[in-house]
Design a protein around this ligand. Structure first.
Ligand code: C2E
Ligand code: CA
Ligand code: CA
Length: 635
């Protein structure tokens, strides 16, 4: 069969469109941050192949039109480039599919071998066909494609191979994505078939474009918040991997706003605009990621921002001024990328480990030893996760320390506070400041409380059975735990199971400023008080202290924080304020306990200020609960 195409019939609109669409895709890829994994780079290469192929086809027709007397090798070469690039594109499509579906090296081998063989055979055959004048020749300004079936045959072979490959990997991708691919392929093949039947070769390039559009849309589009200008986390992973390969160094700024994170409410548009502005205005080529609702992470390439230190200074100045308007509590962490963190992209966990130990409203510059602390933090996190999963009330890793409390009325140490420590193989004894925050953040705290409560109950039983006088021991409970539906049931069950009288157990709670937590606290305290448990308000005088609310909660004992004791011992006015507060509580039938009594002077002052109980290093540091015997009296 002979296909003859007169030049007048040739209509390049389709190829011009293909080029235009390709360039739109290139622009989109350049202006937006893209997931730059290996498959993405392959994809970009395929796009360029299509662009060059289309250009060479356009050039061929343009030259034919303009000057058909040019040496024929020029036309043959252009035609060959066009076909070889399209075969190469099909070849890459096979490689790409293996990569994007993460097919193992062994499993992809036969497909890649087949594709490479097809590419070699058909490229050579087609080129030989063209240059020997069998596939294409030019007589008097008329191109004639003879036996251009070589190309069609190659195309069909590749389609068969690709179909087999897609069938092989069908369960490796999300079903909708696979359907998308299959649909686009069917469309392309039908289009090519129709074009061939109607001898309109100009549509060939278009049929290669559709699968590329599908790939870009289905696998390389990275959703982001247009107003905020933030990408989602998937992009971060790839940015880190890519920058690690290219050894590109980054500065990162992380802004965390607890309130937004916990409430789940979205940021106001003003705040989004501010964050976007700050991210754009100060650094070049920075990328913003939204880790969670209230957590933003800005990655700044250092090589594009040589004077990043100065820029950061400026950004912090503006941040402080602008941030005044929003008044969310924040934590701002600034650091530089390191290969240790790159390897597994541990930035988010690393930053979270820092959040866990810095106070609200601080700007923190990452230090060298933070990485060691992070390694410890990871060990701790792993261990508390394991403790929480096992829920063994006898877990040997959870130690109950306790601090005896001096009772002024009886002159004895008849109560104590249980304080938790962890005993870990890798780290030895770990203190609460290192494990309570991550336990709270990751939902392990209630499991820890249950263990310490159960161990405390057992200790009380042992001590009382040995004849020691112990009025009660208090256990610290985190306000977050009250949100747990089963909280009261769990506490009640542990105490019940131990056989200890509920009156010997107290719970220490700190104030919460959250409205719904306040209501919850009230309900739960009332319920457990009904069972005979005593309640302490812990850390009174730190931060918030809303008197109206405190008085609404049925606490028995108010623990004045050490900071109040320090203030009182430093100046007379503070001492007076402390005294009137303590008086007020006493008159309202609360008992007052002073925490952090370290010496004679502290003790003397507290005794004069309506104290019922005294606790602090002056009497004892926290000790293993078995050593409490030294402080207790026998009945
Ligand atoms: P907290 O409840 O205010 O416990 C008192 C802390 O002050 C203890 O620190 C104690 O060792 C320390 N302390 C005692 N006397 C003095 C003193 O005279 N001077 C000074 N400067 N400090 C004194 P620790 O054991 O490191 O506990 C720290 C915090 O960790 C506790 O503060 C509590 O909030 C939390 N925590 C401890 N154990 C538990 C637990 O089992 N569950 C929960 N949810 N939190 C716990
Ligand atoms: Ca406490
Ligand atoms: Ca306290």
């Amino acid at each position: 069969m002979q296909e003859t195409m007169r030049l007048e019939k040739y209509f390049p609109a389709s190829e011009v469109t293909v080029l235009a669409v390709c360039f739109v895709m290139v622009i989109l890829l350049v202006v937006s941050f893209k997931v730059r994994m290996k498959s993405f780079r392959m994809f970009a290469a395929m796009l360029w192949m299509l662009i060059v192929a289309t250009c060479s086809d356009l050039m061929l027709h343009y030259l034919m039109n303009k000057d058909p007397t040019l040496p024929t090798w020029i036309f043959y070469s252009l035609r060959s480039i066009y076909h070889v690039l399209l075969f190469s594109l099909l070849h890459h499509y096979v490689l790409y599919t293996c990569e994007a579906t993460a097919l193992s090296r062994v499993k992809r081998r036969p497909y890649i071998a087949a594709a490479t063989a097809l590419f070699a055979v058909f490229s050579v055959a087609d080129t030989v066909g063209i240059f020997t004048g069998r596939t294409m020749h030019i007589i008097d300004g008329v191109i004639s494609f003879e036996g251009s079936h070589i190309f069609t045959a190659g195309y069909i072979c590749f389609v068969v191979l690709l179909t087999a490959l897609l069938y092989r990997v069908r369960r490796r991708l999300y079903k909708q994505v696979m359907l998308g691919f299959a649909g686009v392929m069917v469309l392309s093949i039908s289009m090519l078939a129709v074009a061939r039947l109607r001898t309109q070769s100009s549509y060939t390039a278009a049929t290669f474009l559709f699968p590329l559009i599908a790939v870009m849309y289905l696998l390389h589009s990275n959703p982001y918040d247009a107003m905020l200008g933030a990408n989602d986390l998937r992009g971060l992973n790839n940015l880190i991997r890519y920058s690690d390969e290219k050894q590109r160094e980054y500065l990162y700024l992380s802004l965390y706003m607890k309130e937004l994170d916990e409430s789940g409410s979205t940021m106001s548009d003003e705040l989004k605009t501010l964050i976007r502005h700050v991210a754009e205005a100060y650094y070049r080529r920075s990328t913003l990621f939204q880790v969670s609702n209230g957590h933003m992470l800005l990655m700044v390439p250092k090589d594009r921002n040589r004077n990043w230190q100065e820029r950061t200074e400026k950004i912090l100045q503006e941040f402080k001024v602008e941030y005044e308007k929003f008044r969310y509590d924040y934590k701002l962490v600034i650091g530089e990328s390191t290969p240790e963190l790159n390897r597994k992209n541990e930035y988010v966990s690393f930053i979270r480990s820092i959040h866990a130990r810095i106070p609200e409203n601080t700007i923190y510059q990452v230090q060298r030893d933070d990485l060691d602390k992070f390694r410890n933090y990871e060990v701790i996190l792993k261990e508390i996760a394991d403790i929480a999963a096992k829920k063994d009330p006898e877990d040997p890793r959870v130690l109950v320390y306790c601090q005896p409390v001096y009772n002024i009325r009886t002159g004895k140490y008849d109560t104590a506070e249980a304080l938790m420590r962890l005993q870990l193989d890798e780290l030895g004894i770990v203190f609460p400041d290192q494990f309570i925050p991550p336990a709270e953040e990751n939902g392990y705290i209630h499991a820890l409380t249950q263990i310490i409560l159960s161990k405390t109950c057992r200790a009380i039983r042992t001590l009382t059975s040995e004849g020691f006088e112990i009025e009660r021991i208090s256990v610290n409970v985190s306000a977050l735990e009250l949100r747990d539906q089963d909280f009261c049931g769990d506490i009640d069950e542990i105490i019940g199971r131990s056989g200890v009288d509920a009156g010997r157990i107290a719970i220490e709670l700190t104030e919460s400023r959250n409205d719904s937590d306040f209501m919850l606290m009230k309900e739960k305290i009332e319920e457990l008080k009904g069972k005979g448990i005593t309640f302490y308000l812990d850390d009174f005088g730190t931060g918030y202290s809303n008197m109206e609310r405190i008085l609404e909660l049925p606490f028995d004992i108010i623990k004045f924080d050490r900071s109040m004791v320090i203030a009182g011992s430093q100046d007379k006015r503070s001492e007076q304020v402390l005294g009137s507060l303590a008086d007020l509580f006493s008159k309202l039938d609360y008992s007052v306990l002073y925490e952090g009594v370290e010496d004679e002077k502290d003790e003397e002052m507290c005794r004069g200020l309506s104290a019922s109980y005294l606790q602090g290093y002056k009497y004892s540091k926290p000790i293993p609960i078995s050593e409490l015997r030294k402080f207790l009296e026998k009945e």
